[in-house]
Design a protein around this ligand. Structure first.
Ligand code: CO8
Length: 258
């Protein structure tokens, strides 16, 4: 982990934190950063000792998008083969909940990266946008699909077609972020959310994340069937017994993640 050059990966108890760290380029996502990010995320995801992952950047930028200078001279085949980002789809297969703690710019691929996370917390300094149109391209990390699902077609079209930014308050009002906090409280708030998730039963958290994901992808009837199965399956875990017994006995559950 310590060999990373563009990210910092740390753990505290059951919470992992990954900090994007290319300050000279406002954390623009280049090939190295994306490779290191996926490696770190997958490593944490494979570790049952980790129950939540916080992804953050600097006070000035979560990430100002894919690295424009790295992409500028690439062609169709380069990009269709995922250009400088082979394997980036691995990020969205993560089962451990991801919390994006966004301060400053989250633009283009940076906004899309935040949207690949389960929860977005924003500092009051955050600015979100899909400015690709100003570069003669369009979103390519899922922005044209996830943004309308997150905030509706009207506002998504406003952002994607004009390239304008929206501030944290507008992002919260639109439903893109779950809460806005003062910039100097962002990391503490993200840690609190992550610890709350990481203290729960890991199988229940995975199943809840799967069900929320299903809601994004499936028609309602199919999603409800998925939930019914997942709900029943939760009763096969020891943690369900522990959680319900602890409630009846008025004590904190001791989840074993089994
Ligand atoms: N790529 C490369 N370098 C960047 C990027 C970027 N996205 N953003 C900022 N930088 C660099 C600047 O070039 C500058 O470097 P230098 O000092 O060497 O000139 C440094 O970071 C600081 O930036 P600024 O001086 O521009 O800082 P400002 O505070 O004046 O402006 C902005 C901040 C408004 C964020 C401005 O930097 C900006 O507009 N950045 C570009 C934002 C953008 O267009 N993002 C979208 C990129 S395209 C994309 O994300 C597509 C993703 C899909 C890929 C799919 C692959 C399969």
């Amino acid at each position: 982990m310590s060999d990373y050059t563009t990210i910092i990966a740390e753990t505290q108890g059951r919470v992992a934190t990954i900090t994007l760290n290319r300050p000279e380029a406002l954390n623009a996502l280049n090939g190295t950063l994306v490779r290191e990010l996926i490696d770190a995320v997958q490593g944490f995801d494979d570790d049952p000792g980790i129950g939540a992952i916080v992804l953050t950047g600097s006070a000035k930028a979560f990430a100002a998008g894919a690295d424009i200078k790295e992409m500028a001279e690439l062609g169709y085949a380069d990009m269709y083969l995922d250009g400088p980002f082979p394997g980036w789809g691995g990020f969205e297969r993560t089962r451990t909940p991801l919390i994006a703690a966004v301060g400053g710019f989250a633009l283009g691929g940076g906004c899309e990266l935040a949207m690949m996370c389960d929860i977005i917390l924003a500092a009051d300094t955050a600015k979100f946008g899909q400015p690709e149109i100003t570069l003669g391209i369009l979103p390519g990390f899922g922005g044209s699909q996830r943004l309308p699902r997150a905030i509706g077609k009207a506002k998504a079209a406003d952002l994607v077609l004009t390239g304008r930014m929206m501030d944290a308050e507008e992002a919260e009002r639109s439903g893109l972020v779950s809460r806005v906090v003062p910039a100097d409280e962002l990391l503490a708030e993200a840690a609190k959310v992550a610890e709350a998730i990481a203290s729960k039963s890991l199988p229940a958290v995975y199943a809840a994340k799967d069900a929320l994901q299903a809601a994004q992808e499936m028609p309602l009837a199919e999603g409800l069937r998925f939930e019914r199965q997942a709900f029943a399956a939760a009763f096969a875990t020891a943690d369900q017994k522990e959680g319900m017994r602890a409630f009846a006995e008025k004590r904190t559950p001791d989840f074993r993640h089994r």
